[in-house]
Design a protein around this ligand. Structure first.
Ligand code: ADP
Ligand code: MG
Length: 503
């Protein structure tokens, strides 16, 4: 039995010298049974120095146990012959002869490295989940407040004479609210509560489109390489969000190389079979598109590495780092059903590898940047549905200011009733996604049933699983991210009315 198990079975003499080791010791340590039998100190030298005191205390305790039925166990780390660290679960008990003489230990060493890795990943994932829920909840409520603050400040600004001294104060309020909005957006991204509209995208095109901006961010002292696989498959992603991932990773790489170095962004296809997917919770077997960002910078210690995705974790001096860059990256990647891994050693640079599930259809063209022009206006009728009174009032006032006829409702049923009794056409339904009772999606479906020509524009700070799976609106659905400003609202409303695709 001992010869045919994956575990390493052993017995020792009274001095702790190995008398027998089963052949599996070779797979676990890289050393053969004979080597353990001939070198009594070998195992002790392989035990991780930090775990050695506990290991030796355990041996002494086994020696003190009065009978062979006692079994004790201990986990420790051991250095494999190839240098890798393995986790061992060591179980053993003392053996006594019929005459009561101590004969040595009998026991098993089991390689539990995979299990330890999974446990660590699970603990990590649970921690991120908890922090994410907290951050997302705060950010969501805060977003509604910001929409009201921004909207009302803008109204106040409009009502002031050009030379009024209060203008500057109100402009400050608006500028500060804008910064607060950026903060909440990042927290929402981290907690995977942003609305995303995925499309089949070629990551090469996306990265090439960012090339100019990246060159502006990255100083001359850093060599910048793009290694793009021409055969790259498409990924089902929201291009705006993935651009943020690329930029955040590139900026971190730059910060890690204050004295210059080399930064590469690489894309490639990858198919993982069951064995290769291996002991990872989040990347199952399947076809992936992989984005790799590597630098030759300062690298990270294991402690830093284990915390990089937490919001507000930063090693940069205050004022320089926000600690939100990688938290945002993490949230975005997860929300897209992807996964991210970090490889880094102090002094040896860092590599971030992002896996996106491969899409089964060709990529669509990416649209260019939107220009800033005068706010578009219109004369159509818009039904605004939003449960937050402050936000609704802002939206209604803005739209009225742009020339539209506006009907308003606080909730789904109220909106349906209004839609039923309104004699004229309703050109657009502008609705919040998350509302008590009836969701924006349900409301839209019901309105469309009786008014099939009505365009729909969703607005949300985030979506919830109850509405759309994992925060993804149906592909192609038009949406507006809260908090919004007049220009964003005007543009999104016009686009939805004119039936052009969202960008
Ligand atoms: P910030 O950049 O604001 O500090 P991030 O979330 O982007 O926040 O990164 C968190 C921390 O992770 C950084 O402060 C740094 O310690 C570490 N880090 C991220 N990327 C790298 C990298 N490429 N090389 C070394 N350390 C990195
Ligand atoms: Mg950063």
């Amino acid at each position: 039995i001992a010869e045919n198990t994956y575990d390493w079975e052993f017995w020792t003499g009274p001095e702790g010298d190995f008398r027998y080791s089963s052949p599996s010791c070779h797979g676990i340590t890289g050393y053969h049974a004979k080597e353990f039998e001939e070198d009594a100190g070998l195992l002790r030298r392989l035990v991780h120095p930090d775990d050695l005191p506990a290991y030796q205390a355990h041996l002494a305790e086994v020696r003190r146990q009065p009978s062979s039925v006692e079994t004790t166990s201990l986990s420790f780390r051991l250095r494999h012959r190839d240098g890798r660290i393995r986790w061992i679960e060591h179980t053993c008990g003392p053996a006594y002869g019929l005459d009561g003489k101590y004969l040595g230990r009998r026991g098993t060493n089991r390689d539990i490295t995979d299990r330890r890795q999974l446990e660590e990943q699970l603990a990590q994932a649970q921690k991120m989940e908890t922090v994410g829920r907290l951050a997302g909840g705060v950010a969501h409520d805060f977003n509604n407040l910001l929409t009201a603050i921004t909207g009302n400040a803008a109204f106040a600004l409009d009502s002031l004479a050009p030379e009024d001294p209060a203008r500057e104060d109100i402009q400050q309020v608006l500028a500060t609210a804008e910064r607060a909005g950026n903060l909440t957006r990042q927290l929402l991204a981290f907690s995977r509560r942003q609305v995303i509209s995925p499309r089949a995208v070629n990551l090469n095109d996306l990265i090439t489109g960012l090339d100019k901006m990246l060159h502006r961010l990255i100083p001359e002292s850093i060599e910048f390489k793009l290694i793009l696989d021409p055969q790259l498959g498409s990924a089902l992603v929201d291009p705006g969000h993935i651009e943020q991932v690329v930029v955040n990773l590139a900026v971190n790489a730059r910060d890690a190389m204050p004295d210059g170095g080399s930064l590469s962004i690489e894309t490639t296809n990858l198919a993982l079979d069951r064995d290769e997917a291996g002991p990872y919770l989040d990347t199952g077997p399947g076809a992936y598109v992989v984005l790799t960002v590597s630098d030759t910078g300062v690298g990270m210690t294991p402690e830093v590495k284990s915390q990089v995705f937490e919001p507000f974790f930063t090693t940069k001096e205050s004022g320089r780092g926000t600690g939100l860059g990688l938290a945002t990256v993490y949230g975005i990647v997860k929300q897209h059903g992807g996964s991210i891994r970090v490889y880094s050693e102090p002094g040896a640079g860092s590599t971030f590898r992002v896996y996106f599930p491969r899409a089964d259809r060709p990529a669509e063209a990416l649209s260019g940047p939107v220009e800033n022009g005068p706010l578009p206006t219109g004369r159509e009728t818009i039904l605004v549905v939003e449960d937050d009174t402050l936000v609704r009032r802002v939206a209604v006032r803005l739209l009225q200011g742009q020339g539209y006829t506006v009907l308003e409702a606080a909730k789904g049923p109220e909106a349906l009733e209004l839609s039923g009794r309104h004699p004229g056409p309703i050109h657009l339904l502008l609705t919040d996604v998350v509302m008590p009772g009836m969701s924006g999606k349900e409301l839209a479906d019901q309105v469309l049933a009786s008014r099939p020509d009505t365009a729909v524009l969703f607005m949300s700070g985030y979506t919830d699983n109850a509405i759309v799976h994992h925060g993804v609106l149906e592909e192609g659905a038009a949406y507006l991210q809260k908090p919004f400003r007049a220009a964003a609202l005007a543009a999104a409303v016009r686009r939805a009315l004119d039936g052009s695709p969202p960008d």
